[in-house]
Design a protein around this ligand. Structure first.
Ligand SMILES: [Zn+2]
Length: 471
């Protein structure tokens, strides 16, 4: 058994160790790529399942577009190519010879999808067109960290086409709200939501909105984005439709995505000194039943009750640990490290008394539960853990986010105290650049106005901005 580094003193190393110890990832032969192991992938699958259902329920259909994009496509939208060029992986050879046109491994799929849209959209009757795809994308990463910054990552990318700007804006907000309710409700992570500054915008977008979490070290983590692409891509890819007046018009586009980064955010937000603490909604195993026995006779006595216990837990993802090699202590350690929300222990005396001992991973509390109450008690514990994780994260967020007046005052604290800051901003790029020496950036513009002047130049500030160092 390896002990984890002190989570309070060395959070970065704690994260680095837990992802391997809990068998979420392994190193890949290509730097920047990671192998996602079954336990890590199961977390992502649970997240995917929830979001996929929401994407479909809000009127989108799934499709699949090619991994390879002709290089000329990327160049069609000037800001897009400028933004993505440094991160592109390009295939120049295939089939044993040099390709006439190099192929880009998709960093995102606007260009190849908009090329199709230019053929599929003819009339206002074809709109809105609302597609989504689940896939992997590649953006060459100089400073990789598993889940947080990886050369290859997994995501969904939604792409929609609308008749009017108003409809496109409504779509952008619809999906932003879906992300917020997913992150807060399923992942138990409190967030800030708002528009990005011009310098932080998606390459080619008119407006980018983002959802940002604040990790325990005070650094912001962008968890997803929703872009109003407006008409720039429609012009670049010649997407035109006949409007209701019978005229040719350019439609308004959106795109939005959430990535495997949210797995990293979940690990960091809830983990503790013993390992992962997983929100029940996405935990691969929600209830682990640990059998405790010393000999064959005790093993039988306990094993005989497991079917009955499992049948009472049909609503949950349950695993029964009947390992005959490991001690009970080793089993407890194993499942605590993996963050399983509820552990039920059953030994021969419990079997006889028709009861289990329930241990809550979040609070550490132990309760004796009679067999006939298992269903209700487990349901209540699961709900308490889901809500308790959110509450604890919210309380920490309130401690980690300070209100600052002047950059010279709050700037040094961002790193020294590990905090983020809500302040005022005149919204000029020059003042934004003043954050660079503190390795900080504007994260999102907020709807509040707690500070009425700019953090740098003291000119009036129309609305607050969240400033932080970021992942
Ligand atoms: Zn200013």
């Amino acid at each position: 058994m390896n002990t984890l580094p002190d989570i309070e003193k060395d959070f970065a190393q704690w994260y680095q160790d837990i992802i391997y110890q809990a068998e979420l990832v392994d190193q890949a032969p290509v730097r920047g790529c990671f192998i996602i192991r079954p336990y890590g992938w199961a977390m992502w699958e649970n997240m995917q399942q929830y979001m996929d259902a929401r994407i479909k329920a809000t009127g989108h259909q799934n499709a699949s577009f090619p991994l390879f994009i002709p290089q000329s496509f990327i160049a069609k939208e000037a800001k897009h190519v400028e933004g993505f060029s440094p991160e592109l992986a390009v295939v120049t050879h295939a089939g044993g010879k040099q390709l006439e046109e190099p192929l880009v491994v998709r960093p995102t799929s606007e260009t190849i999808i908009h090329d199709s849209f230019s053929r599929w959209v003819r009339s206002w009757r074809d709109l809105p067109l609302k597609l989504n795809q689940w896939c992997n994308v590649v953006r060459w990463e100089k400073r990789p960290r598993a889940f947080l910054r990886t050369t290859e990552f997994f995501w969904q990318e939604g792409h929609t086409v609308h008749e009017t700007l108003q409809e496109a804006e409504t779509e952008v907000q619809l999906m932003l709200n879906e992300y917020v309710s997913f992150i807060q409700g399923q992942l138990s992570i409190p967030v800030f939501v708002g528009e990005k500054s011009a310098s932080e915008r998606f390459a080619g977008a008119e407006r980018t909105y983002a959802v940002e979490g604040i990790m325990p070290d005070g650094r912001a983590l962008q968890m997803c984005t929703s872009h109003l692409l407006s008409q720039s891509f429609a012009h670049a890819f010649n997407i035109k439709f006949q409007n209701r007046e019978g005229e040719q018009a350019y439609p308004y586009l959106t795109s939005w995505g959430i990535t495997t980064r949210v797995v990293g955010a979940t690990i960091m937000t809830h983990g503790d000194q013993k390992g992962l603490v997983l929100p029940p909604a996405i935990a691969p195993i929600q209830v682990v039943v640990v059998a405790i026995f010393k000999n064959d006779e005790e093993y039988q006595a306990v094993a005989n009750e497991l079917d009955f216990i499992q049948s009472n837990l049909a609503d949950w993802r349950v695993f029964s640990d009947l390992d005959r090699q490991k001690t009970p202590g080793a089993k407890f350690y194993h499942w605590e490290l993996r963050g399983v929300p509820v552990r039920l222990e059953i030994g021969p005396r419990d079997a006889k008394a028709r009861q289990v001992v329930l241990v809550n991973r979040f609070t550490g509390q132990k309760t004796t539960v009679p067999f006939d109450q298992i269903t209700q008690v487990v349901a209540a514990e699961i709900k308490n853990i889901q809500d308790g994780l959110y509450k604890k994260a919210q309380e920490r967020l309130e401690r980690l986010v300070i209100v600052g007046q002047k950059l010279t005052e709050f700037g040094p604290q961002l790193e020294e105290r590990g905090v983020a800051c809500v302040t005022g901003w005149c919204q000029s790029p020059e003042c934004e650049q003043a954050l660079a020496p503190y390795k900080a950036s504007t994260r999102v513009l907020l709807d509040t106005q707690k500070v009425t002047h700019c953090f740098n130049c003291s000119k009036p500030s129309p609305r607050d901005v969240l400033i932080a160092r970021s992942y």
